[in-house]
Design a protein around this ligand. Sequence first.
Ligand SMILES: [Fe+2]
Length: 361
Amino acid sequence: MMANEKIEHTPPSAPLSRGELLAGTGNDRVGIKQRIVTCVLVPVMVLALVLAVFGAYLLAPLKGEVRGYYWNEFTPFSLAHGQSIDVGGEDYNILLLTDFHYPLSGAKTDALIKTMVEENNPDLIVLVGDQVFSPFNHFSYRHLINLFDSFKVPWAPVFGNHDEEGKADKQYLANMLEESEYCMFQYGPRITGAGNYFINLTNGADIIYTLFFLDSFSSFWESGYRPYTADQVSWLKWAASGIAAEAGKKVPSVVYGHIPVPEFTPAFNEAFASGTVIHGQQLEPNGHSNINNGLFAAIKDIGAEYMFCGHEHVNDFMVEYQGVKLAYVLSGGVGGYGNILGGTMFTVKPDASTTVVNKPY
Ligand SMILES: [Fe+2]
């Protein structure tokens, strides 16, 4: 070093405070902010986006097409408004099942249904509503359709109150059923609901017996259960009188509908008091509407012999009331409440006489 060379000293910087040490330098602070954005905000935003898309999917309703035929009570009747099955001169065995409430205990319900179908070898399977009870009812209906089509036996459902209480509306489910290979569901007339239809059992040109199917409605209604509507009642009378005109006689018939008519209650009470209950018991109140639009009166009028319902899982009685047998089908849903499980076999013989046997499992 030269003697007179001046040495420049950089003044020592002031020591950093504890807060500055923790927060880092200005450059460090920018880096930390970027890391917060990258590690926290981006994943939160991605998660929010995923939830928004999933929520939109959950909430977006699936709406089906309104199909069926235009109808009013002046519409000329034709047998082509319904379907027919030629049963020949044999007993015709109809296995009635109800209230599966898929997807609840779905595997166990599948097993029960398979057992009942295999052991009873039915000619037709009728499902009396509440097949599913799910926010994703279209998935549960796909499962149901695949299961029943796998039996390669005709099957014919009505809707209960729960079927439409999900993402898919009743029309969407109806469209799915219409596209199934073995399902005889028909959209029917363009009246309230979907799936009011009939099937005639015939022997050649002779109409032996008629099966009527009536829609029930969602639980979400103004007060209690929604009643069968006046237009359903008018359509039932129109169809029965048209069939009678074609057959040249009043044809005996059965009505299937998920929710019982209000007459189920006095019917059971009277039969119980007089010791004339045909079979079964009432272990819970009959869940019918408080409003009566005259369906039972129409059932009597047309000469129907039975009304079969589902809806109550632990009622399995049959009683006769004013000449009509009112009955519950045994519930087949393992996931529902109650422990009375099984189905009901309804047989129509060639002379149009009938038998009803409950089949507990
Ligand atoms: Fe129900």
